[in-house]
Ligand binder design. Sequence first.
Ligand code: HEM
Length: 73
Amino acid sequence: MTLLARKNDGTFPRAQALSYIYGHPEQRHMERAMPQFGGAMAHDTVPVEINGILTPTPRELAGLLVYLESIQR
Ligand code: HEM
């Protein structure tokens, strides 16, 4: 979790990390081991800048994204 930036040429891959923790509604649950967190939280969103676009993002996941970014080394 602390090496996501290092594995992406030194830049935290914000869009990919958010889309990973959110999960993809079209995925069936056997296709990945990690639970999908986004759908159940979609009632309370805040704008988060992703690739220059303010994107409505579940509040808890926006906080989690900032935390993940803060622990990169
Ligand atoms: C706060 C909770 C969590 C966060 C922020 C988080 C974040 C992430 C991220 C960013 C990746 C992609 C890593 C990469 O691209 O190299 C990942 C992968 C993964 N996560 Fe999590 N995760 C969380 C909870 C969990 C839980 C609860 C499980 C299992 C019960 C889990 C299992 C996995 C697995 C197995 C992968 C590898 C890819 C896959 O099979 O889906 N994670 N996680």
